[in-house]
Design a protein around this ligand. Structure first.
Ligand code: SAM
Length: 269
């Protein structure tokens, strides 16, 4: 009932345009991803000018350089969407099982369709859950990955704590996300494109709301130093931030602390 009565922001064409201040934000994020599920991968390649095809493999390359070694048997890919990173991770770690988790049924359906003929499909499973409450025991995974999820999370701290909880001590978290470019001149060009051209293109070929939400979501992501602090608060020790494409995206890598305890908040000043 409350679902019907809550205010809901929509674009003029009626497409979902999630509003973080609205109590129904997560429901609207699901509606938005349901709305774009069939065209998601295609539009992602177009809007990123093909760069997303490089960003995911490069993030795994960064991961290989960060990891201390040890066996990788179980991997969680959170916010797996249509499974682009899930399938890539399964190819990258050919003896591991990979679980893709997402809270949008339509994205999971697309992931299952696309994975049906993919290499390593027998080692990939998909399931529905929210990042804030993962249905896995403590220490279940050697690696946890997520790409382009963090901007969409209502409570980043809660989700990072969940990812830390399901990693074994010494396990590694990989987060790939759009970030502010490092150089201001690149930032100006990037924002001209990302804040104006992408929403226009999205409205022209698909619908307005999701691609107006896209630049808005980036403004909500903490800057790199604050993201690093959030990882520390969640119980990660060794951390590395690796900018890609002049900082348009960043690979965040973090190793789960040995004892699994969440440290006291860092002192400031
Ligand atoms: C931008 S897509 C990224 C998909 C995929 N990781 C990729 O690399 O293309 C973000 C995905 O995160 C999912 N998502 C957003 N918030 C979530 C949450 N709180 N719990 C689980 N999944 C979430 C959405 O349903 C969507 O499929």
């Amino acid at each position: 009932m409350a679902d019907v009565l809550l205010p809901r922001r929509a674009a003029p064409d009626g497409s979902p345009f999630p509003d973080r201040r609205d109590p129904g934000f997560e429901r609207d994020v699901r509606r938005m991803f349901s709305h774009i599920a069939r065209r998601y991968e295609w539009f992602d390649h177009v809007a990123s000018l093909g760069s997303d095809l490089v960003w995911r493999p490069r993030a795994l390359w960064d991961l290989d350089r960060f990891r201390a070694g040890g066996p990788v048997r179980r991997i969680l890919d959170l916010g797996c969407g249509t499974g682009e990173l899930t399938r890539r991770v399964a190819r990258h770690f050919p003896t591991a099982t990979v679980v893709g988790v997402d809270f949008t049924t339509a994205m999971l359906a697309a992931a299952r369709r696309r994975t049906a003929g993919a290499a390593g499909r027998e080692r990939i499973a998909y399931g529905r859950a929210t990042a804030m409450r993962l249905p896995f025991p403590d220490g279940s995974f050697d690696l946890a990955t997520n790409a382009f999820l963090a901007r969409n999370l209502l409570d980043l701290d809660a989700a990072l704590a969940e990812m830390r909880r399901v990693l074994r001590p010494g396990g590694v978290l990989l987060t790939l996300e759009i970030t502010e470019p490092v150089a201001p001149a690149v930032g100006a060009l990037f924002h001209a494109y990302f804040d104006h051209v992408v929403p226009w293109l999205g409205a022209a070929v698909d619908s307005a709301g999701p691609y107006r939400y896209l630049p808005e979501s980036l403004h909500r992501l903490p800057p790199r130093p604050a993201f690093r602090q959030a990882l520390r608060r969640a119980g990660f020790g060794r951390i590395a931030l690796v900018p890609q494409s002049l900082g348009i995206v960043t690979t965040f890598l973090a190793e789960a602390d040995g004892d699994g305890r969440v440290p006291a908040p860092e002192r400031r000043g």
